[in-house]
Design a protein around this ligand. Structure first.
Ligand SMILES: [Zn+2]
Length: 112
């Protein structure tokens, strides 16, 4: 359950930074999540709804901004959007590496 640790860290960070920005109640939390993120969306949501109680984010909603995963072929350098179960380059069957889409990041908060 890595998602719990991640959400816990994000909530702690917001709890510290929001008051510095004059926010006493958070309404929206935007999270950028790549298609290849290690944290499943439902796990993040479940962790969030469990951990937010009693925090400045208690009444906040989570909004996900999805980013595609991008892979590149090590052989022919062809770049393509990642699809589930894809392990090889679709042009030359060469091995592929992930170049983006693994991130899960707090993007911004809205509150008052
Ligand atoms: Zn290739």
């Amino acid at each position: 359950m890595h998602g719990f640790a991640w959400v816990n860290e994000v909530l702690n960070r917001i709890e510290k930074s929001a008051p510095e920005e004059g926010v006493t109640k958070v309404h929206m939390i935007y999270i950028v999540r790549g298609a290849l993120s290690h944290y499943p969306k439902d796990e993040i949501e479940f962790a969030f709804h469990t951990l937010k109680k009693g925090t400045i984010c208690e009444d906040a909603d989570l909004i996900f901004e999805d980013k595609p995963g991008i892979v590149r072929c090590l052989k022919c350098k062809y770049e393509n959007e990642w699809h589930i179960y894809e392990k090889q380059c679709e042009k030359c069957n060469g091995p592929i590496e992930i170049i983006s889409g693994q991130e899960t990041e707090l993007f911004k908060i809205e509150g008052m």
